[in-house]
Design a protein around this ligand. Structure first.
Ligand code: UDP
Ligand code: MG
Length: 337
């Protein structure tokens, strides 16, 4: 029998969890040809999220959980889930029920037809502001233009991944993660299905515009070095222009003399170029910062507890038995044996 893992990253989701569990249960009881694992990743919640998950595990052994040592953010919570998932396929589902679990049978249907990555694309975005919709759409357009990998628009993390996609993504151990880009980057057979995204069932979104801007910069800088290229090209353009301008001034001065003038234009040119230089420095800094963070080679997260077992401080939950063909992890594991 094939196992399907439903991965739910949860951060302060006490109000949604019972609804979520009920909705998932309704769906999976209809799918008795599969075994299910309901894997919660508690991302350092400060509310009752963890006790509720433990309660669920007591009544339903299909529930598993990874309790992270603090809040690491959804991107990291997801890789923690990938590392601990046992399924032949994995479905990522938001805890706030914005992703309807009712889509799971359809996803599994396409998985059985041989697709490795069945992703749900939003037909509509109920309960999201006009501003969020437009900024998201503009961001996707820019990202698509700049990076070589096609990134799906209006698609979140709600998708089914075959085991081999999961293993592929597990190999991408970068600290600053943009998982949505990784799904595209690893490739394999993709299938799109459409759905209407519901508003959050309760609570507030954990995203604010600051975080979204961060994620957007993450998205660009982790998948393309185009901004560096654009800066260079711009620099070349400005230099050529400045050179021609210089020659023109020399000729003008030789021919007509120099009736000292042009302080305002001089100032504006200096300020303009100065501004551009700062922006370009900022872009370089952005990439340099990424290099700095990656060279530290820190583990992505620490596990506090996995299914009731307290974890020692060995990274990636390696003191637990779980399915893994990740070479890197095995190497690390050897060091601890
Ligand atoms: N989440 C998480 N860690 C965080 C923030 C969010 O695990 O630091 C989880 C959250 O519990 C939810 C999912 O990620 O299951 C999506 O979060 P949210 O609904 O706030 O984002 P949005 O739907 O607005 O993109
Ligand atoms: Mg949400």
């Amino acid at each position: 029998m094939k196992t399907v893992t439903i991965l739910v990253p949860a951060y302060n989701e006490e109000e949604s969890l019972h609804h979520l569990y009920k909705r998932i249960l309704d769906v999976i009881t209809g799918l008795n040809e599969y075994e299910f694992e309901l894997l919660f990743v508690n991302d350092g919640s400060q509310d009752q999220t963890m006790p509720i998950i433990k309660e669920l595990r007591e009544v339903d052994p299909r529930v598993s959980y990874v309790d992270l040592s603090r809040n690491f953010g959804k991107e990291t919570a997801m890789i923690a889930g990938f590392d601990h998932a046992k399924g032949d396929a994995l479905i990522i589902l938001d805890a706030d029920l914005q992703d309807p679990p009712e889509l799971i049978p359809e996803m599994i249907h396409y998985w059985e037809l041989g697709y490795d990555d069945v992703y749900a694309k939003r037909r509509s975005r109920k309960g999201e502001s006009w501003l969020k919709k437009t900024t998201a759409s503009v961001f996707y357009k820019i990202l698509k233009k700049m990076s070589q990998v096609p990134i799906q628009e209006n698609t979140g993390d709600f998708r089914l991944l075959d085991r081999r996609c999961v293993e592929a993504i597990k190999k991408l151990r970068e600290t600053q993660r943009y998982t949505k880009g990784m799904f595209s980057w690893v490739g394999y057979n993709k299938k799109e299905i459409l759905f209407d995204r519901d508003p959050r069932i309760s609570g507030e979104t954990k995203w604010n515009y600051g975080k979204l801007v961060d994620l957007a910069i993450e998205g660009v800088t982790s998948f393309t070095t185009a901004p560096l290229r654009i800066s260079s090209l711009f620099g070349v353009g400005v230099s050529i222009f400045a050179f021609i301008f210089m020659i023109w001034i020399i000729i003008k001065t030789l021919a007509f003399g120099d009736p000292v003038a042009g302080y305002p234009s001089l100032m504006s040119v200096i300020l303009f170029i100065g501004g551009i230089q700062l922006i370009v420095l900022g872009i370089i800094g952005e990439y340099l910062g990424r290099v700095f963070n990656e060279t530290k080679r820190r583990p992505l997260y620490f596990v506090d507890e996995y299914n009731g077992q307290k974890a020692s401080n060995i990274p990636y939950g390696l003191n637990h038995e779980y399915r893994s063909s990740n070479h890197f992890e095995k190497e690390v594991q050897k060091r601890y044996e």
